[in-house]
Design a protein around this ligand. Sequence first.
Ligand SMILES: C[S@@+](CC[C@H](N)C(=O)[O-])C[C@H]1O[C@@H](n2cnc3c(N)ncnc32)[C@H](O)[C@@H]1O
Length: 274
Amino acid sequence: MQQGEQANQMRFDDPALWDKMAAIYEAQAQPFTAHFADAAVATLAIGPSSNVLDVATGTGAAALSAARTGARVTAIDFSAGMVQLVRAYGVANIDARQMDGQALDLPDGAFDAVMSVFGVMLFADWRAGLREMARVTRPGGSAAIAVWKSPDGAAVHLMVSRIIRTLYPDIVGQSPATGLTELADADRLAAAVIAAGFTEPTIREVSHDSILNVGDDKGADRLFEFGPQWRVLNEEQRAAVVREFAAEVERGRVGDVFRIPSTALIATARRRPS
Ligand SMILES: C[S@@+](CC[C@H](N)C(=O)[O-])C[C@H]1O[C@@H](n2cnc3c(N)ncnc32)[C@H](O)[C@@H]1O
């Protein structure tokens, strides 16, 4: 198999990939993304009389946060596995539905507020995702869009990308989603939000540590394969990356806890009156 073919194998636009990851995402990623989801929801003026949409809800971090305000929340994701887990919470004011965020099966102007936390940036056509968010927001309604500040993402992925770049500067992986790179810049994010049909964007930086429990072997290196460069490394190079990762963890751990600081950009904007 050619290296390029290997790189192309990881497709964030394949719902089957997310179906497979749903349970591990709920256990390991959601406790981390929930901090950013709470920050995104806090930028929206929502309460019990609000209709809110969470686009690419995953295991529901932002939907759960919005539901705690009393709002009626529609949570959509194209992965049946993710939607099933959100339904399993049995939260009365969350309606979880399987749907492609690039072509929402929802009426124009139906929502007071829409949000997407680390979702729309991964869509094959992220511009269509943003346009759809604007279409279903009522004029004057609000939106919150969270993306990573680094094209490498966050947490383990951020750290492994840095290690690979340091050890093998000539190896370039193909980014699994153009939105990860395009939207990881405050000015470009603001411009994209305006182009989609929103106005008055405000961009905030929000940082939280990803916390790895290194006391029990949860196999953090299993997450490495989701990074684009990992897939173009040979066995020897992969072993060297794992060694360097373990060495950094040993140097930085406090007891069983190792922290990886990660930063998001959260864009908040209003739907332009038509
Ligand atoms: C990184 S997860 C983010 C989940 C959640 N919002 C959070 O912050 O934890 C990305 C989610 O986007 C979903 N997704 C990717 N492409 C999608 C699309 N075209 N339409 C709907 N959901 C999509 C995936 O299934 C996955 O659940």
